[in-house]
Ligand binder design. Structure first.
Ligand code: ATP
Length: 138
């Protein structure tokens, strides 16, 4: 699909570190459009639905705890191939090995905790984007 929308989250570590502006800047500099944006204190129900595919994995509980530890900035972004494009901007899940030039590679690192605090989330398919945008934006 060409013109798309995706859900981007600036996770609580990004908000706490004051990186929201830098992350928004990178999304806009790439040419994507910010369609909607809000700050959300995510609760367990929202996070359990959002991360349903990870339920039962060893990092699930720490992940929910981390994601509810402070506000998250939820962004509806649009553009041609934005789903793939934002995941490329974000970089690999592990911020230590994420390529320099990416959000995680430039701004993230391993803090020795049992969950990857990797600053951002981006939907990984059109189906996920639709589902996640409905969860976070109703
Ligand atoms: N092996 C792991 N150990 C610790 N935390 C993990 C691990 N795998 C994933 N996570 C955490 O769960 C989140 C969701 O995992 P997923 O595999 O969907 O990664 P991702 O698609 O790169 O990241 P996201 O979905 O947040 O964009 C990761 O962003 C990370 O915070």
């Amino acid at each position: 699909m060409s013109h798309e929308e995706t859900l981007i989250l600036v996770k609580p570590d990004g908000v706490k570190r004051g990186l929201t502006g830098e992350i928004l800047r990178r999304i806009e500099a790439k040419g994507y459009v910010l369609v909607d944006l809000k700050m959300v204190q995510a609760d367990r129900d929202l996070l359990t639905s959002h991360y349903a595919e990870h339920e039962g994995k060893p990092f699930f509980e720490p992940l929910v705890e981390f994601m509810s530890s402070g506000p998250t900035v939820a962004i509806r972004a649009a553009g041609d191939r934005v789903i793939e494009g934002f995941r490329s901007l974000a970089g690999a899940t592990d911020p230590t090995t994420a390529a320099p030039g990416t959000i995680r590679g430039d701004l993230g690192r391993d803090w020795g905790l049992n969950v990857q605090q990797n600053l951002v989330h981006g939907s990984d398919s059109t189906l996920s984007a639709e589902r996640e945008l409905a969860l976070w934006f109703g």
